[in-house]
Design a protein around this ligand. Structure first.
Ligand code: UDP
Ligand code: MN
Length: 297
């Protein structure tokens, strides 16, 4: 499989053992057609990424929405495991968006890590809670979050960290390969196909199918992403349309038009329901079982 020129340069600069790592994963695709690295376990040196991030003195934001029953069901474990695994050693600020700030669990935070709670109104339909995230994030990125963070990851709450999710994942814009779709041929990917929708991806278009449970990037890039998606969602709503996978459909359209600078392998957000796969060495986030009857109205 191809080795990314950008990744090769970084490895050459770092050290020779780093260079050897590039051939550690001949079993998987490690570079996109536009030259972005697809990072798999073994293709990066976490210590080098950690050092580079420390030199830049970064603040990394992590946003998560916990509205309705998602709060009591998932938020505590998400935050507790993030304390163990998310950007450990870096300055981190969590942004929790909820309609019930008083119910946010008190999680002990490590040094250099803070948590802010932002109140949102509770949309009636779960689809609207999910879609409204783009507008809320867009506003937050133009407010305090945008001022205090350099890079931000935006995540679903119905998952927990299992192993290190560190600065190797940082880039100008970052997309997550969807665990259920990464090995499927392009024509089978569940893009929005209704040409009237702003999220429409025509047959023959699309690179990968990305998962909206994890995306990230610089504040500037994410302002662009969330603004695009919020406007596209609004346009569809005005026309009485709703894309097949809601905000995720629009995110996929955005990343088709604006290629991500880095792609995370499905190891970064894995569904245990898929079962064992040889190429999944070290899952970093694990999906919670889908208990829709419990959490959705
Ligand atoms: N969410 C929420 N309350 C809701 C619906 C959604 O807090 O009633 C948030 C939560 O962070 C959740 C995300 O929106 O993880 C996306 O929804 P969900 O995880 O149900 O979508 P799926 O991953 O099943 O597509
Ligand atoms: Mn989810």
């Amino acid at each position: 499989m191809g080795v990314c020129p950008s990744a090769r340069m970084a490895m050459l600069r770092d050290n020779f053992t780093g260079l050897l790592r590039l051939w550690d994963r001949p079993d998987v695709l490690t570079c996109t057609s536009w030259g972005a690295p697809i990072i798999w376990d073994g293709t990066f040196d976490p210590a080098v990424a950690q050092q580079e991030a420390l030199q830049q003195n970064l603040t990394i934001g992590l946003t998560v929405f916990a509205v309705g029953r998602y709060l009591e069901k998932y938020l505590a474990r998400f935050l507790e495991t993030a304390e163990q695994h998310f950007m450990v050693g870096q300055r981190v600020v969590y942004y929790v968006f909820t309609e019930l700030p008083a119910a946010v669990p008190r999680v002990a935070l490590g040094p250099g890590r803070g948590l802010r709670v932002e109140r949102v109104v509770r949309e009636r339909r779960w689809q609207d809670v999910s879609m409204q995230r783009m507008r809320t994030l867009h506003e937050a990125l133009h407010g305090r979050l945008g001022r205090e963070a350099h890079f931000v990851f935006c995540m679903d709450v119905d998952q927990h960290f299992r192993s290190s999710f560190g600065p190797e994942a940082l880039a100008e814009s970052v997309a997550q390969l969807h665990a259920w779709h990464y090995h499927r041929p392009r024509w089978l990917l569940p893009y929005e196909r209704d040409a009237r929708s702003a999220a429409a991806v025509a047959p023959g278009e699309g690179d990968f199918y990305y998962h909206a449970a994890v995306f990230g990037g610089s504040v500037a890039a994410l302002r662009g992403l969330t603004g695009h998606c919020a406007r596209a969602l609004q346009r569809d709503r005005e026309r009485g349309l709703e894309a097949r996978w809601h905000d995720e459909s629009h995110l996929n359209k955005f990343f088709w038009l604006h290629k991500p600078a880095k792609v995370l392998s499905p190891e970064f957000c894995w569904s245990p329901d898929i079962g064992w796969r040889a190429e999944i060495r070290r899952p970093r986030l694990l999906w919670a079982p889908k208990e829709y009857a419990l959490v959705r109205d």
